[in-house]
Design a protein around this ligand. Structure first.
Ligand code: PXP
Length: 244
């Protein structure tokens, strides 16, 4: 089984700062602790409404972090320009609605119009030399459409898995396994994320085809009590054991 990379999403460090429009806590300092805790990379989502991460954060993180950056962004935005200029190691295209509390679903890729707006963003990122991933629902059509768009990777949306329990959760897990297998079979790297916690991550981390997890809220929430470094270390340990 391949190694599993953990990318920690530090948006909510900035959420606390923006609650007061103050200068602390600083995501750049958070990134240092996340790296010391053993994370393989830093993820941030530069949202169109700039509700948490700001442009300056992305610039400073790009200059200072020691691990790769995964920048999440919507396809049709001026943020695409910034991304192409900053050239993070990886960009993940996500759908974005202003009124949503957090990303609600995977990219819509079922119509020609939807595919062509994503294709244009993918082309710009690839031309800029940025590794490109698409955040999609764990559906066969979405996996195949992603492969057709020529991206390097897909990130499977684990939100529905996280929001269910019992037999429904087993069904969602099976859906994720099928999508991960198909993703690998069509030559994509397969990532997963959204809603993953210390309690529910284990079965996801054990899916052999997955190579990267993106986890934010649960780790930042735990860090309030244990500190960021310890919170990250605890998550990497669970993932390591699930993989063994
Ligand atoms: N992956 C993507 C594409 C996301 O948009 C988010 C949330 O910003 C995450 C992963 C992390 O989700 P969570 O904060 O629930 O761990």
């Amino acid at each position: 089984m391949s190694e599993m990379r953990l990318f920690v999403n530090i948006d909510h460090v900035a959420t606390v700062r923006q609650a007061r429009r103050a200068d602390e806590p600083d995501p750049v300092r958070a990134a240092v602790l996340v790296e010391l805790g053993g994370a393989d990379g830093i993820t941030v989502h530069l949202r169109e409404d700039r509700r948490h991460i700001q442009d300056r954060d992305v610039r400073l993180l790009a200059e200072t972090i020691r691990t790769p950056m995964n920048l999440e962004l919507a396809a049709s935005s001026e943020i695409l320009e910034l991304t192409c200029a900053l050239k993070p190691m990886q960009a993940t295209l996500v759908p974005e609605k202003r009124e949503e509390v957090t990303t609600e679903g995977g990219l819509a890729l079922s119509t020609d119009a939807q595919r062509s707006s994503t294709a244009e963003a993918v082309r710009r990122l690839i031309d800029a030399g940025v590794r490109t991933s698409l955040f999609i629902d764990p559906e066969e059509d979405a996996v195949r459409a992603s492969a057709d768009l020529g991206v390097d990777a897909i990130e499977l949306h684990t939100g529905e898995y996280a929001n269910t329990s019992g037999a429904d959760r087993k069904g969602q897990l099976a859906r994720l396994v099928r999508a991960a297998e198909l993703g690998r079979a069509v030559g994509l790297d397969v990532h997963a994320g959204h809603g993953l916690t210390y309690e529910n991550v284990w079965p996801i981390a054990a899916i052999p085809e997955l190579e990267e997890l993106n986890i934010g809220h649960s780790i930042v929430a735990r860090a309030l009590f244990t500190g960021l470094e310890a919170a990250v270390r605890e998550m990497t340990e669970i993932i390591r054991r699930a993989r063994a």
